[in-house]
Write a protein that binds this ligand. Structure first.
Ligand SMILES: [Ca+2]
Length: 409
């Protein structure tokens, strides 16, 4: 396996598009020395829930970001049903945005469906408070898909601009800002039915896009951006000998633009998948994922300190544990906030766990209604320890659904 992976030990040069000055901004990043800002660790507290949207349509794929002023920003898909009157299939989804920045929740149709699917919305907030949304959109009656960017610099969102323009199918973006305001985006490129690659691009504060493609093949990945601009990537690959899925990690050095060698970080004797990452200001990397056998799917945690990964730590238990859809964030105080979905003892609920230095409190159920299926939680975490978990809730009358946030106070 190591020999096979050796071929992946190659960086790739960034090639810019647009004017030269902007290219320099994206390629000549000066690495900064990470220093953890003063932050507080809150103890006690509990989650309280708000419903942000509800209706007869199918809501899904929530993403959430917290601004420095404490306001919550959520994007999600809404698809209507039964458009052809025959099959009752989901109609194409559009993207909605809601925020409590004004003091109360306001809801905006950010991108209408217009006959094609707008999917996988993701949101991030820059150090200068710019709100960025990226999503994938297909082209009518083709499988082609590109990524689009909208930004709100304080006076409303811009029109979407295509940031990939490439022939492969570009989809499922994940993104985060570094401390210098550079936006880093990891996404999936589907070149054909058997060729999946991880794409990577940067967007400068001025909007210049520079992109390149990592060569790894995967359909399951997580990413995190350290304050100094280091891009961390964890991803799942099949192990041909054991037949299990295993997790790998690599990172991009902002000073050289080169990617590290890929390092296998979970054992081939256990199946591991659905990696999600958070990067600490001290250079640490936090990984939450699912590890399973025939009977259980466990929420599992690992931490990378000074380049070394800790042993896997199971955070859930129970004989019918079916954990999935994991989200994780960390802050300058070292608090680690994880949210996840479980289809097990209590049917289809969202739960949360928080901890620090590998010591985690007992899990908290954010939802308990057996008639409602809550899933796919997205997590944001403020410097003061305030955590926000956003998720869609489906039922009990299908397709009626809702989007909710649970806030730790
Ligand atoms: Ca439930």
């Amino acid at each position: 396996m190591k020999l096979q992976m050796a071929g992946l030990v190659l960086g790739f040069a960034l090639f810019g598009s647009g004017c030269g000055d902007e290219d320099k901004k994206t390629t000549d990043l000066t690495p900064m020395v990470s220093a953890c800002a003063p932050a507080t660790q809150i103890t006690g507290g509990s989650f309280s829930t708000e419903e942000l949207d509800a209706g007869p349509d199918f809501m899904s794929r929530t993403a959430v970001a917290l601004a420095a002023d404490g306001s919550i920003h959520v994007v999600y898909n809404v698809a209507t049903t039964g458009n052809d009157g025959v099959t009752g299939n989901w109609n194409t989804p559009g993207i909605w945005y809601t925020t409590n920045k004004s003091g109360s929740w306001t809801k905006t149709l950010l991108v209408p469906a217009e006959g094609v699917s707008r999917e996988f919305p993701t949101i991030a907030i820059a150090p200068d408070a710019t709100v960025a949304v990226i999503y994938s959109s297909n082209v009518a009656e083709t499988n082609q898909s590109d990524l689009y960017l909208l930004t709100d610099r304080g006076s409303g969102f811009s029109a979407p601009t295509n940031i990939t323009h490439s022939s492969p199918i570009d989809t499922q973006p994940l993104m985060a800002y570094d401390a210098q305001g550079l936006l880093h985006v990891i996404y999936q490129e589907i070149h054909d039915s058997s060729t999946y690659k991880i794409g990577y691009l940067q967007i400068s504060a001025a909007g210049a896009v520079a992109h390149a493609v990592a060569q790894d093949t995967t359909i399951d990945y997580g990413m995190a951006i350290a304050p100094d601009g280091t891009v961390h990537l964890a991803y799942m690959r099949g192990d041909s000998t054991s037949g299990n899925s295993v997790l790998w990690h690599r990172y991009r050095d902002p000073a050289t633009g080169l990617w590290s060698a890929s390092e296998r970080i979970t054992a081939v004797s256990t199946s591991s998948w659905m990696p999600t990452l958070a990067a600490g200001c001290d250079g640490s990397v936090h990984l939450a994922y699912v590890a399973g056998d025939a009977d259980t799917d466990r929420l599992t945690y690992m931490k990378r300190t000074a380049g070394v990964w800790s042993a896997p730590q199971e955070l859930t238990s129970g004989t019918t544990d079916r954990t999935s859809f994991v989200g994780i964030q960390t802050n300058d105080a070292g608090t680690v906030q994880i949210a996840f979905y479980r289809n097990g003892e209590v049917w289809a609920d969202v739960l949360a766990i928080r901890g620090k230095d590998g010591v985690f409190d007992a899990e908290v159920a954010l939802t308990t209604d057996p008639d409602i299926e809550e899933s796919t939680p997205a997590v944001a975490l403020a410097p003061d320890g305030t955590a926000v978990v956003a998720y869609p809730a489906l039922g009990p009358e299908l397709p009626a659904s809702a989007v909710k946030v649970a806030t730790w106070k």
